[in-house]
Design a protein around this ligand. Structure first.
Ligand SMILES: [Ca+2]
Length: 143
């Protein structure tokens, strides 16, 4: 007689994975990955890559648009080079990615400005001039 293999309940599970949300679990701007395991505890893969680049993290809060600012366009300028990103919603299966956006500045120690175009029905643009760097900011849509 044979029995099915047993799994140690303390294991991190090697079975089916449920969701791979990405986010900054320790607020160091490096994105980490959390892997949900159906048969065990979740596994956190902490990103310990090199440091030295500068960044700004944004947590957007919509007032006249949706609260999570899904659909906002974020533009930022570093040494005159403009970059942009669209704020997306959703995430991984049965999980959600970190709602914060991390804007890279590379080796520059200053971000010239950040502009947020809030989604409809607002559609307003809000600009932050010379925002602080290497930290997270909570930006609330101006009324
Ligand atoms: Ca991190």
């Amino acid at each position: 007689m044979t029995s099915a293999p047993r799994r140690d309940p303390r294991s991190r599970g090697t079975g089916p994975h449920e969701g791979w949300p990405v986010g900054d679990s320790d607020n160091d701007c490096r994105l980490d990955v959390l892997i949900g395991n159906k048969d065990g505890a979740p596994l956190l893969l902490r990103n310990n890559s090199g440091t030295g680049n500068h960044w700004l993290g944004l947590k957007l809060e919509g007032v006249n648009c949706n609260r999570d600012a899904i659909g906002a366009e974020i533009r930022w300028s570093v040494n005159g080079v403009i970059r942009s990103r669209l704020r997306n919603g959703g995430g991984s299966y049965l999980s959600s990615h970190d709602p914060r956006e991390i804007l890279g500045a590379g080796s520059a120690v200053k971000i010239d400005w950040v502009e947020i175009v809030w989604p409809q029905p607002s559609g307003k643009a809000q600009r932050l001039v010379s925002p602080p760097i290497d930290r997270y900011l909570h930006v609330r849509e101006e009324a």
